[in-house]
Write a protein that binds this ligand. Structure first.
Ligand SMILES: Nc1ncnc2c1ncn2[C@@H]1O[C@H](COP(=O)(O)OP(=O)(O)O)[C@@H](O)[C@H]1O
Ligand SMILES: [Mg+2]
Length: 378
């Protein structure tokens, strides 16, 4: 039985971006203290935390001091070096565990974990050399997607291969890194299931979210997803199996492809709250961040119910090209909630914030967030 970490305790977050910020806001509302550790200063998380520690992830002494000051440590992005996690695990519980992080950190390991459990993914093959890349593309067939095995996010490190003639320049473009070749799937929809598993094995998942991407970056999320109930049930069951298989404690997200043939495939696992789950802050009885606090502190999980249709639109750095967006115009949409992450350096593709609306129908919720987003450029 794990001990309950009650309000008043200090919780540690590795990483200091927007996910850490929203976690910190949820934790502080519940009366916890939050300490964040990252190489950045005046970070999105640091701005709302009780303590911001600025040091490189390689500084094991700084990590040990940080771990000594908190009751439990979680992380907000998965590319923290495993040595950092090991150093902390000796001093404070890390939830989700270093083992779960290790599995989800690298695409080939993640896909092998899924394949071992008979969970369907896009056909894939791994490659560590140019020769292996040729073989892998031949085995998977074209069109395919070549993805770097580690450190990919928002489509970075991904290249589509339509003919084998592309292989050599892609190998150069990815810097000769280990890669995974995946069959290109013709998509009917992309959905995600965000779920929490508590210290006692209790699981609570949200109904699936439907995600639309632009340039490989999430653009709009809506709920409920326009998918058959049997697919929703299958996605929930697969997510539960992944949580059990990883002996997971915390919040994770499983991204799925629904192919035009009606096949449900796991795309990837994010071992943390997810961009598609941001609408839970305004639309669910318990947000994904409160759920993360509850799970890592050994508290009972909250209700994942989402009573009404909702939509979320991301605000990317592009909106800043001509200076500060028109916040007053967007705030005239009084039923749309504005979330900004406190970042000071807008760049194309960078997630700066999001908008959420709850409405009677999915279409209405989506129209509202899109209209409010358009108003930012008036
Ligand atoms: N095999 C594939 N077939 C079709 N589309 C894909 C495939 N792999 C990736 N994509 C598209 O690119 C997006 C980002 O890819 P993903 O593997 O999730 O990487 P990231 O780690 O960058 O999120 C996906 O959500 C999907 O829209
Ligand atoms: Mg993804």
């Amino acid at each position: 039985m794990s001990r309950v970490i009650g309000p008043g305790a200090a919780l540690g977050v590795l990483g200091s971006g927007q996910l850490g910020r929203m976690f910190a806001l949820a934790a502080r509302r519940m009366g916890y203290r939050v300490h964040t550790f990252s190489p950045e200063e005046d970070s999105p998380t640091g701005q709302v935390a009780d303590l911001e520690v600025t040091a490189p992830y390689e500084d094991l002494d700084a990590l040990r001091t940080f771990a000594g000051g908190v009751e439990v440590v979680t992380f907000e992005f998965e590319n923290v070096p495993s040595e950092a996690v090991d150093a902390i695990e000796a001093l404070a519980p890390v939830r989700p565990s270093g083992v779960a992080l290790h599995t989800a950190q690298e695409r080939a390991r993640e896909k092998t974990f899924l394949a071992d459990r008979g969970i369907p993914t896009a056909p894939f093959a791994r490659a560590a050399t140019l020769d292996e890349l040729w073989e892998a593309v031949a085995r998977v067939g074209t069109p395919a997607v070549i993805k770097t095995a580690a450190f990919g996010y928002d489509g970075k490190g991904q290249h589509k291969v339509t003919t084998p003639a592309d292989i050599e320049h892609i190998w150069t473009a990815i810097g000769h890194q280990e890669a995974v070749v995946e069959k290109f799937i013709s998509l009917q929809a992309e959905i995600s299931v965000v779920a929490a598993r508590g210290a006692t094995g209790e699981v609570a998942e949200y109904i699936p979210f439907e995600n639309r991407h632009r340039n490989h970056i999430l653009d709009v999320t809506t709920v409920p997803a326009a998918i058959p109930p049997a697919i929703a049930a299958q996605a929930a069951e697969i997510t539960r199996e992944i949580l059990r298989g990883l002996q997971y404690v915390g919040v994770l997200c499983v991204e799925f492809f629904l192919s035009t043939d009606g096949e449900l495939l796991v795309n990837e696992i994010a071992p943390r709250p997810h961009n598609s789950g941001h609408l839970t802050i305004d639309a669910a009885l318990t947000s994904q961040f409160e759920q993360q606090v509850r799970a890592i502190c050994g508290l009972p999980l909250g209700s994942p119910e989402i009573p009404r249709p909702a939509a979320m639109a991301n605000l990317l750095g592009e909106l800043w090209v001509d200076g500060e967006p028109n916040w007053a115009a967007a705030c005239r949409f009084t039923d749309v909630k504005l979330h900004l992450y406190g970042k000071t350096d807008p760049r194309p593709g960078r997630k700066m914030g999001h908008l959420t609306a709850v409405a009677r129908t999915v279409e209405e919720a989506q129209d509202r967030v899109l209209a409010a987003r358009d108003a930012l450029l008036i």
